[in-house]
Write a protein that binds this ligand. Structure first.
Ligand code: NAD
Length: 372
């Protein structure tokens, strides 16, 4: 996809959209903006969305998209042109009953507004074409916070299951973007002490607890490099090894691997990011007695509230925040209970249980449609 640059000239970008499975409903999944985006990574994330929507009981299939660019390296005008360019290339395979995009790493409400506007220019006003829109343009209240708040709800359910009190529990969070910062705020409201957080530029730690509100205010400009907070600067590796009860990887994939997982001290690892734990790290963590809450459950709050946004759009409704929050909590609590019950029945990990549930629900839909 050629992107016209402000200073003249063009840059070639590559965009991908993978529609993995649509047996349960329209394809659904985010659009990631990151220099490392490639087809295989997008394929894996699309498959993850198929199991995630099924696990959450949503009438959607799974898809994912990506653009191989660092959005911080583009001007606002370039970013808008790149985003409209993605829609121009993809509009024929998208649609509110076909494939619905949403934000992911590097994208947010502004990009969703441009995507919706571009689709509307071609097809007429269609708010249900993307979720995660600004509220003024048909987005739902609570979508921005949904993934992080969902992480806190699932953490609450799983901590209770292993007898870990959340009051005073120490939490380390890797990644302080949309998901990490909202998870930090929601976990702090549940009584947790956020002792370490990081972003792409570095990490900060304070065993007595960090001031989450202050960090959120600083998040845009980077959480490190600021004066005035009592913090110790640490590396991202040290963050993963922080002495804490709960570790929340909320940035990129593959960070808990053979080299890093052995140092993890948390009892509960809650996968807010997609794919943060490699299979080898899974074995190491299980061997050390840590409970890993899989991504397709832990971060499902985002797609659940995306579903609520899409539902409102298709009926021209606008729900109150309390209705969104209650529906999100009800669905996540049910999904967490399903996963726990399946893990207990099968004697398997929470990850295996979540996949077994997701895959079997998709399998039933495929059979009922008469494909096998
Ligand atoms: P974001 O772009 O808002 O934030 C990402 C954060 O990670 C930033 O703070 C960035 O500085 C940090 N980061 C990047 N590379 C890092 C590294 N190597 N080490 C430490 N920190 C690093 O993205 P987001 O929307 O918060 O998404 C985070 C993760 O959650 C992704 O894996 C995404 O797929 C997943 N997720 C997001 C949503 C959603 O609704 N946004 C839903 C489900 C899953």
């Amino acid at each position: 996809m050629p992107l016209r640059l402000d200073g003249g000239g063009f840059r070639l970008l590559t965009a991908h959209r993978v529609q993995h499975n649509g047996a349960r409903g329209p394809y659904k999944g985010g659009l990631r903006y990151h220099p490392d985006v490639d087809l295989d990574g997008v394929r894996a994330l699309a498959a993850g969305m198929t199991w995630k929507t099924a696990l959450a009981g949503l009438p959607f299939g799974g898809a994912k998209g990506g653009l191989d660019v660092d959005p911080k390296g583009l001007s606002p005008a370039e970013l808008q042109r790149a985003t409209r360019g993605v829609m121009d290339k993809l509009e024929k395979v998208l649609g509110p009953m076909r494939d619905i995009m949403a934000p992911d790493m590097g994208s947010g409400p502004a990009e969703m507004a441009w995507l919706m506007d571009e689709y509307g220019r071609l097809h007429g006003h269609t708010p249900a074409i993307v979720t995660g829109k600004p509220v003024e343009l048909g987005g739902t209240v609570g979508r921005v916070e949904a993934t992080g708040e969902g992480v806190a709800i699932v953490t609450h359910e799983m901590a209770a299951a292993i007898g870990l009190p959340l009051a005073g529990a120490r939490v380390a969070i890797q990644g302080f973007g949309n998901v990490g910062s909202n998870a930090a705020a929601a976990l702090a409201r549940l009584g947790c002490r956020i002792v370490a957080v990081s972003d792409a530029l570095g990490a900060v730690r304070n065993p007595a607890g960090l001031d989450v509100d202050e960090l959120v205010r600083r998040a845009r400009s980077g959480i490190v490099g600021h004066e005035g907070m009592t913090v110790e600067r640490i590396t991202n590796e040290e963050l993963l090894a922080t002495d804490c009860e709960i570790l929340v990887p909320a940035a990129v994939g593959g960070v808990l691997n053979a080299a890093t997982a052995g140092a993890v001290r948390a009892r509960l690892v809650v996968e807010a990011a997609n794919g943060p734990t490699t299979p080898e790290a899974d074995r190491l963590l299980a061997g050390a007695g840590a409970l890993v809450v899989p991504d397709i459950l832990a971060n499902a709050g985002g797609v659940i509230v995306s579903y609520l946004e899409w539902t409102q759009n298709t009926q021209n409704l606008a729900w109150a925040r309390a209705q969104v929050d209650a529906d999100l909590e009800r669905r996540l609590v049910a999904a967490a209970a399903d996963v726990r019950a399946r893990a207990a029945a099968d004697g398997c990990s929470l990850r295996a249980a979540a996949y077994r549930l997701g895959v079997s629900r998709v399998g039933r839909a495929v059979r009922l449609r008469g494909y096998v």
